[in-house]
Design a protein around this ligand. Structure first.
Ligand code: BGC
Length: 712
């Protein structure tokens, strides 16, 4: 079971009280007994290497550490927590943090993959399972969910989030917070606009308007706050010159005053110290003062608060009230930990959930001539590529305690599903970043002997995630040549791609009949992929992010503004002379082994008032020959506003599973208040006028209707 703060008066006190009551009197009286050094100690968060070092244990004993992260295993967490709760003067338990991003021991699909499922219930379930496993290893705080909206696939951290859409991102943020917080505290990160890093270069400046910050980057954070998230993490980047880890507008004005957030803000790794290279602080003291007074409560890994701020507080340069508020927020987080009731993880259930998650995350991008699903009984199938029998990379970035030996590879998944009469010919062909083509001959030979060649290509797990920006988005190394060499055999090719970001797959999109987007699917990667390849599972994932045709199109996202010269045949319109303006695969897109038709789009009213909710109904029919799941998507366009509105905005979706020939009336609700935006006065409001509604299979197709919003 997870470590609970025990054997201490304080912990018993905290555990016996509801969180709100615990904060009021008892925490105040605890605060009154603390020295300034002990207060700053509570704001100090340090990383350990698996277990606390002797120096860290000593700091804990002296009350100079509030939390540790990267301490794993209850023996290790309990050992150092025992020092905190029995040997430190105030006996305050520690927080134990970890980046539990998409699983702890059982690794689920990366968050971007899971976003493809358009299934908040799934996201809640995997977060809950990850929280249970982590809690059983002594962790009580995760640095997840990462809720940064991203428009730039060059940015490696796009893998950790939910893609480009604030509505989908908000639903998944709230779901993941609920899931984690059954067992451990969650952290919505990185506040804010980290995903707007210029040129997709990690840690880079974000220079975007306040309107865009509010409308695009804030909503998932607000959703996390509304779902009760315990903590937020301040980001590395600056917004228009003000770093997020010293930005009072973000962490005080918006987060605490506008949104009423009562939880704790933790800095990112040394992001307090980084205020110096950012150029807004000349010294560690100044950096600490700036961050703390902006509302960053816990200092991760800079040790600046604990080491430098006491003299400033004594000299009244930092009000004691600022320190006290931060300490109270940390203590309240600890009180919340004491209120958690972690459930013991059930390994069998969690593994089954990993399978479901992997199945739902796969997106079928292309399937010309119905090449897929494949016949299991084909005499020979070639399985080729550096990721075909690879156990490490399907774990993706941030795989914490995940182990390659838990991973089922695509080759294994295929082998266990075909009859003994089917020959499976495997050739690696090349390594992920190889420059050598020496292995091509074997791959080509395998393809020649087979009825179909499955190529499993893509990125290494650490080519996305933190500090993993790329300037080109093709297949790394010689994989593109490998694909072309195998395709040249004339054997039909199925391309399975594993990647932490949208890749540019132009040649494949033109020449390869079938493309399966796997992302990094985690431990059940090979089983889920094989099930999809053979049709045991009908793919239902939809892209949570646009796939560009060329790097030069980036940033590319579906909910852009129209411009005064929208792209058209005429030369002087907003487009490129060398590439179409559209994405290769748009947001919301994904195929199935069956087909769906949309009919009878109806709105419950043609005119609505600001407090109304419109009922949007549409009939979705399975017009093919297999059972399948469609994700019916509802988009809106506000025709005319005081400020130009996006060409489409997702406002609802529904997963519908239909048998062949079956049809269903799908109802989606559209609350008029959700049409609000930040007008010229920067206040959210729904402006009257005409709104177009689109309901369909992705962000570019669908049936269309319109309604008016009118004020009485
Ligand atoms: C990352 C955070 C992470 C932290 C702790 C930082 O480098 O930006 O997302 O939570 O490290 O590991």
């Amino acid at each position: 079971m997870m470590l609970r703060p025990r054997h201490t008066l304080i912990a018993v006190l905290l555990a016996s009280l509801p969180v709100a009551a615990a904060s009021a009197q008892n925490l105040d009286s605890l605060l009154a007994r603390m020295t300034l050094e002990e207060k700053l100690g509570q704001l100090n968060l340090l990383s350990a290497g698996g277990k606390a070092s002797p120096q860290q244990v000593d700091l804990v004993r002296r009350g100079l550490v509030g939390g540790l992260f990267n301490v794993i295993g209850t023996e290790n967490t309990q050992a150092v927590d025992r020092v905190a709760t029995t040997e430190s003067r105030l006996r305050i338990p520690l927080l134990f943090g970890l980046d539990v991003i998409h699983g702890f021991r059982t690794i689920f699909p990366i968050p971007l993959a899971e976003a493809s499922a358009f299934d908040p219930d799934l996201a809640e379930g995997t977060a809950r399972a990850a929280g249970r496993e982590a809690a059983a290893a002594g962790i009580n705080w995760t640095y997840a969910p990462m809720v940064d909206i991203a428009h730039d696939p060059r940015w490696g951290r796009i893998a950790e989030g939910s893609g480009e859409d604030p509505y989908l991102g908000s639903l998944l943020a709230a779901a993941r917070v609920r899931g984690f917080q059954e067992s451990i505290l969650a952290t919505a990160k990185h506040f804010a606009a980290y995903g707007a890093a210029e040129a997709g270069r990690d840690y880079n400046t974000a220079d975007i308007s306040q309107r865009t910050v509010r409308e695009v980057y804030f909503p998932p954070f607000k959703a996390a706050v509304d779902a009760g998230v315990a903590t937020l993490m301040s980001a590395f980047n600056d917004i228009g010159g003000v770093p997020a880890s010293g930005n009072a507008w973000l962490t005080d004005t918006v987060l605490r005053r506008e949104w009423g957030f009562r939880g704790m803000v933790v800095s990112d790794w040394t992001s307090v110290a980084e205020l110096i290279p950012h150029g807004i602080a000349a010294s560690r003291e100044e950096a600490g003062q700036r961050a703390l007074t902006a509302g960053v409560d816990m200092d991760m890994q800079s040790s600046i608060y604990v080491e430098t701020l006491a003299p400033l507080v004594r000299a009244n340069r930092i009000p004691m009230a600022v320190v006290d508020s931060a300490v109270l927020r940390v203590l309240r987080a600890k009180a919340r930990v004491a209120q958690l009731h972690p459930v013991a993880p059930n390994a069998v259930e969690i593994r089954a959930l990993a399978r479901r998650a992997a199945r739902e995350s796969i997106v079928l991008l292309k399937n010309d001539g119905g090449l897929l699903p494949l016949d299991k009984a084909a005499p020979a199938i070639a399985v080729i590529g550096p990721l075909a029998d690879n156990r490490l990379d399907p774990l993706g970035p941030w795989h914490t305690e995940g182990k390659p030996e838990d991973v089922v590879t695509v080759l294994q998944g295929i082998k266990t599903r075909v009859p003994a009469t089917t020959q499976v010919l495997y050739a690696q062909g090349a390594g992920i970043e190889d420059t050598s083509t020496a292995g091509f001959a074997d791959a080509v030979a395998a393809a020649r002997h087979a009825k179909v060649a499955i190529l499993v290509l893509g990125e290494r797990h650490d080519m996305s995630g933190e500090a993993a920006s790329r300037s080109s988005l093709g297949l790394p190394g010689v994989q593109q040549q490998l694909l072309e060499a195998v395709a040249a055999t004339g054997t039909p090719v199925v391309l399975v791609v594993m990647n932490g970001r949208p890749l540019i797959l132009e040649w494949a999109a033109e020449h390869v009949p079938a493309i399966v987007e796997d992302w990094f699917l985690g431990v059940e990667s090979g089983n889920a992929t094989a099930e999809v390849l053979f049709g045991d599972v009908n793919p239902s994932g939809r892209l949570p992010v646009s796939f560009p045709r060329a790097v030069g199109q980036i940033p590319l996202y579906y909910n852009h503004r129209n411009t005064g010269r929208p792209p058209a045949a005429d030369k002087f319109t907003s487009k490129y002379i060398d590439v179409p303006v559209t994405p290769r695969y748009p947001f919301g897109y994904g195929l199935s082994y069956t087909t769906f038709a949309y009919r009878d789009l109806k709105l419950s009213a043609a005119r609505v008032g600001p407090a109304d909710t419109l009922k949007v109904t549409v009939t979705v029919a399975n017009t093919g020959t297999r059972e399948g799941t469609e994700v019916a998507q509802l988009y809106v366009r506000d025709e005319v506003g005081s400020v130009a509105r996006p060409v489409r905005e997702l406002k609802g979706f529904r997963r519908v599973t239909l048998k062949p020939g079956e049809q269903r009336v799908v109802e989606l609700r559209l609350a008029v208040r959700d049409l609000a935006f930040y007008g010229l006065d920067m206040k959210p409001a729904v402006e009257p006028g005409t709104f177009r509604v689109f309901v369909g299979p992705n962000s570019v197709e669908g049936l269309e209707a319109a309604f008016e919003v009118a004020y009485p």
